[in-house]
Structures are given as C-alpha cells and as structure tokens.
Design a protein around this ligand. Structure first.
Ligand SMILES: *Cc1c(COP(=O)(O)O)cnc(C)c1O
Length: 425
C-alpha cells in the first residue's frame, strides 16, 4: 500500500495537478533561511499575484503621463474601470453581469444592502444571523436594528449550533426559519463560516426564507474565490464579499457586491445614493435629479480607487488563467482531502477537525483544535509558526489552515502535517 504520508507521494500529487503551474504566478513569502513559507493563510490575506505590480505600475504611469485625461484614455480608462472587473466577478458568484459591482469595503456594503433590504415593521423586524457571527457583521446588524428603533435583544435572532456541536445543521436553520419566518425581515448568514470553514446551504436557506416572505442576503467573505456559487439561480437578494482573502487583491482592497436583477427596477427601494449610481448617460449633466442605473451599479456612491481595482483586475486575470473557479474547486477538493487524510492518519488522537467532512459543506479551510492534555492550541500555533508555517489562530481555540488551490501545493500540506506532528510532542 502506498504511504500517503511521504514527500514523494505529495510531489506525485503535485505533478498530477493540472494547475500546479499557478504557484509560480505568486510571490510566496520566504522564511529567514530562504525557504518558502508554508503559507496557509489565504483565508485571511491572499498572496500577491505577480501581475499585480505590473497592473498597478501601468495605472501609476497613466496618471503620470495623462493626469485627468486618464479617465478617458489608455487601454483601461478610469471612468468605466470597474466595468473591466464585472464579467469575471460575476462568474465567481454565479451572477449576471448586471448583478455585480466592485465598490466600497465589505462592511460598508453590508450596511448599504441593509438600507435597501432590511425594512422592519412592527411585526416583522428580526434579522436572523449566527450566534457567533464575525464581529463586523454582528455590529453592522446590531447598529442597523438600533437605527430603526428596535432592541437588538429582541430583534436579533441568533442561530446556534446544537449543544456540544460546532457547526450549524441545515435542518435546524430551516426549522428556525419555519418557526419564526413571519417575524424575520432579513436573513443574513455567511456562505462559508469564518471560524469553522463550514459551507452553508445557501440555496435551501434562500428558498425557506422567501417562502416566509423574508429577504435573504449572504456575507461571502470566505466563499468568493473558494467555492462556486449560483447566486442568480438561487434567487439570493443580495451578497457582499471582500477581495483580500481568496481574491488576492491586497490588504483592504475594494469589496464586491451582488444585487439580484429582480430588484434593479424597483424604484420603491430606499437606498443611500451617490453620483456613481446615477444613470451613466446623464451623470455629468449635474442636474441633481437622481436616476439610478438599472443594475447593481446603482448602489455605487463614489468614483472608485483605481489602484485597488487594478489589483483586483490582476487577481481576476490570474484566476481566469487557472481556468476559473471550477478549476480551483476541483483542485481544492483534492488538496483539502489530502490534508484531511494526513491529519486523520497521523494525528487522529491529537487533533480534531471542526470543518465538516462532507465535501458539499466545506471549502478550502480546515479548522483544527488540539486535543492534548496540557497543551493548548495557542502554544501549538506558536510552535508551528516558528517552524515556518503561516496560518492563523482564532479565539478561543482554533487553528485555521487554508490550503489555497491557486498557490498551495500538496507538498505544503505534507510539510504542514510534519511540522504539526513535531509541535505536538
Ligand atoms: C473578513 C471578514 C470581514 C471583514 O470586513 P471588512 O469590512 O472587509 O473589514 C467581515 N465579515 C466577515 C464574515 C469576514 O470574514
């Protein structure tokens, strides 16, 4: 029988990997000894594609040479620049081109979406979110609830895993919606949960929510660039995501947003508007009569930061070069499976994996807890970091590792488990 826990076996898997060449298109941080870091932190900050510098330099030189005329000249004029990102962004989330736009930051987009899609009434004013949502999502929801004059203790309905369990069961979520649906104005859940790496059943949740008359939106911070989605077909009302995790567009880079086309012509929807959401043909007539575009772009406020969009364009071109999101997912399933198999074979007694084993319920992150008396997760994390692994630790007790299909290798997975094993001694 072949031993899967061997460097030869890992290298063989790399040789069979149709997108192993993509690793060379990224800057991989180095350890002090000059070796590549074992970078398993793309769920927090994705690595820099080599194209990025070139694309940024191009825009800097356009600005040097053209000044304001850069808005209208060159290969990628700034005026319509966000449109150059539309097609590839739409593919990532399974949307029509008119349904996506790159703008603002993630939390800002969640707020702007809630302005339009959280319309509480006396009897229907709750927002369903997770009990341990990412803090920014929790704060955004809480502050929206207060802004509308409701009490967060009453109006925030929190979905919890069962006693003794770490992940949410779809049946429990659906029951919650069935039970409280008439009081729920908005369901806002993650596509992929940041702490456990669990992929939620967005289609089933959306269907159940709509059946009860709720609006349904998703935070896709950990989903976009990780798993394929079909937001349009699933009939999701809105979604938002950041571009610096699996989209490798650099720290704090501009976020993405989806608004289903069925809302594009609804003139009743309230929104916080800005000039970049105004009809393109008359935007510069400065007539101060807001005519929203009939697309997700209607929610734009400002002319966007081009340097950040250039980094997103570099990232989207890199993903396209790899064959798109399905090619990433195909490798991701194998790479995560390999890492999981190694952990289960070598460290079954010492390590628990919180992330569901079911392929449909997991992406490219495994969340691990240490199960050894007298050794806590943080100590182990410090040891593996000192040995060349970059991953992250989330309180109270989880080591998150993300083997990213674009630039991580099967050898990375093998080396990680070797180091983890040593660190548990
Ligand atoms: C990363 C992440 C954020 C970060 O929000 P920013 O507005 O980009 O700072 C928010 N929510 C979730 C679920 C995240 O994973």
């Amino acid at each position: 029988m072949t031993d899967i826990f061997s460097i030869d076996y890992a290298r063989q898997l790399d040789q069979q990997d149709p997108i192993s060449r993509m690793r060379e298109q990224f800057h991989i941080p180095k350890q002090d000894n000059g070796d590549d870091e074992i970078y398993l932190c793309g769920n927090s900050l994705g690595l820099q594609p080599k194209r990025t510098q070139e694309y940024l330099n191009y825009e800097l030189s356009q600005w040097q040479k053209l000044g304001v005329k850069g808005h209208f000249s060159g290969d990628f004029p700034w005026m319509p620049y966000h449109e150059f990102l539309t097609e590839e962004s739409a593919k990532l989330v399974g949307a029509k081109n008119s349904e996506v736009v790159c703008m603002n930051s993630l939390t800002a987009n969640l707020h702007f979406m809630m302005v339009s899609f959280y319309r509480p009434t006396a009897t229907r004013n709750k927002i369903l979110i997770e009990d341990h949502a990412f803090p920014s999502d929790h704060y955004a929801v809480e502050s929206q609830v207060r802004y509308h004059g409701f009490d967060p203790d009453q109006a925030m309905l929190l979905a919890k895993p069962r006693e003794g369990e770490e992940t949410l069961r779809t049946e429990d979520l659906l029951n919650l919606i069935e039970l409280h649906g008439e009081e729920i104005a908005l369901i806002m859940l993650p596509g992929v949960q940041y702490y456990t790496g669990q992929v939620l059943d967005m289609k089933a949740i959306t269907q159940a929510g709509h059946a009860k008359g709720c609006k349904v939106g998703f935070d896709l911070a950990h989903a976009t660039g990780n798993i394929p989605m079909h937001l349009h077909d699933w009939d999701v009302d809105f979604a938002a995501w950041c571009s610096y995790k699996y989209l490798n567009s650099g720290p704090g880079s501009v976020a993405g947003c989806f608004v289903h086309e069925k809302h594009h012509t609804n003139m009743e929807l309230p929104r916080f508007a800005g000039w970049w959401g105004h009809d393109k043909d008359s935007r510069f007539k400065m007539e101060n009569h807001f005519i929203p575009m009939k697309s997700a772009e209607a929610w734009q406020l400002s002319n966007p930061p081009i340097l950040s969009l250039a980094a997103i364009r570099a990232s989207l071109d890199t993903i396209k070069d790899a064959g798109g999101i399905q090619a990433l997912r195909d490798k991701s399933l194998k790479l995560s499976r390999y890492l999981r198999d190694l952990l289960e074979q070598e460290l079954a007694d010492e390590i628990n994996i919180l992330t569901p084993a079911d392929e449909k319920a997991s992406g490219c992150q495994l969340s691990l807890t240490v199960n050894l008396h007298g050794l806590d997760g943080k100590t182990v994390f410090d040891r593996i970091e000192a040995a060349g692994v970059t991953c992250d630790f989330r309180h109270p007790n989880v080591i998150r590792v993300a083997p990213v299909p674009l630039y991580n290798s099967f050898e990375d997975a093998y080396r990680f488990v070797t180091i983890l094993k040593d660190s548990l001694k």
